[in-house]
Design a protein around this ligand. Structure first.
Ligand code: PBG
Length: 324
């Protein structure tokens, strides 16, 4: 006798019965790029099928999200002006703050998360303020990040997600938010964020590539796994509500380690390069479009509870037939 695994693969009904992993649209977060200005809806050349919207044009995307059942978004801002300390990031009526208010007025139920970082707002493209030798200063950056988070909170955001990789950032944000009475506002830490080439298309989309050097002195070395556990533990101890691994597909081992280790909600970010790579392969006819579903299911299977992906709306639209 031998193991007849094929008995339970015979048809869609039995496969569905024994399927171990399912992914519901409500587990997805859709990243949205908002650009300062008016009447802008511009396709992002580095991210096929993704657009930059000015705050006044967000209605369309809100409708699309409502229609397909994706209920959470993650905002990234593209400001009109940049300076050395990224001050347009915390303006009361900056581009993200304006987008938050607009989204809230369009859909009271939409769950609005905003990315907290400085690289889209600094003239040098680094994620913090610089010292005399071009190094990113950790402790000097923290008050700026706190200021950004507070300005989002005042605009009515539901959750903040610091992606800067400064040490102590969760504690700094938590203290600032609590200090203004926003003790109920959750923080999703980009806890294990690697210095990755998979961010390439995002940096083109947001104009946030560093003008010199790289991010290796603050983002993690992709050779390290144990270090990711320390980063996640630190974020958790400082008061993060959700821990994240980023990127996702090349870091499924990190996701699995984290899922086994932490009793905490776990997010995974399928980043721009992962999305673009698959989209291009499908467009070239090299892979079947189902590769998108396969990649998301793999991320869920590895242990993610929340998946941030540019594919969210397309996945959700096809979900009923696919029954992932
Ligand atoms: C900002 C930030 C980046 C991404 C999310 N937040 C870029 C970076 O760190 O250079 C990348 C997301 C993606 O590639 O989709 N620090």
């Amino acid at each position: 006798m031998f193991y007849r695994g094929r008995r339970l693969r015979k048809n869609p009904a039995v496969r569905s019965l024994v399927r171990e992993t399912r992914l519901h649209p409500s587990e997805l977060v859709y990243p949205i790029f908002v650009q300062e200005g008016e009447n802008i809806k511009e396709e992002i050349s580095s991210l096929p099928g993704q657009f930059r919207y000015s705050p006044d044009r967000l209605e369309e995307i809100v409708e699309e999200m409502r229609a397909c059942g994706v209920r959470a978004c993650l905002l990234f801002g593209i400001p009109a002006n940049k300076d050395a300390c990224g001050s347009s990031a915390w303006e009361e009526y900056g581009v993200v703050q304006t987008a938050i208010r607009r989204l809230r007025s369009l859909d009271r139920e939409l769950y609005i998360i905003a990315d907290v970082c400085m690289c889209e707002y600094t003239s040098h493209g680094h994620c913090g303020v610089l010292g005399d030798h071009g190094e990113v200063l950790n402790d000097e950056t923290l008050p700026h990040l706190a200021q950004i988070a507070l300005s989002y909170a005042r605009a009515g955001v539901d959750m903040v997600a610091p992606s800067d990789m400064m040490d102590g950032h969760i504690a700094a944000l938590r203290a600032a938010l609590d200090g203004e009475g926003f003790y109920d506002l959750p923080i999703m830490g980009y806890s294990a964020k690697y210095a990755s080439s998979f961010y390439g298309p995002f940096r083109q989309a947001a104009g946030s590539a560093p003008s010199f050097g790289d991010r290796k002195a603050y983002q993690m070395d992709y050779a390290n796994a144990n270090e990711a556990m320390r980063e996640m533990q630190a974020d958790w101890d400082e008061g993060a509500d959700i821990l994240m691994v980023k990127p996702a597909m090349a870091y499924l081992d990190i996701l699995r380690m984290a899922a086994d280790r932490f009793d905490a909600p776990l997010a995974a970010y399928q980043v721009s390069g992962e999305y673009a790579m698959l989209k291009h392969a499908v467009a070239e006819g090299l892979m079947h479009p189902d590769v998108m579903n396969e990649s998301l299911i793999a991320i869920k299977r590895a242990g993610a509870n929340v998946i941030i992906t540019y594919h969210a709306l397309d996945y959700a639209r096809a979900w009923k037939e696919y029954q992932g």
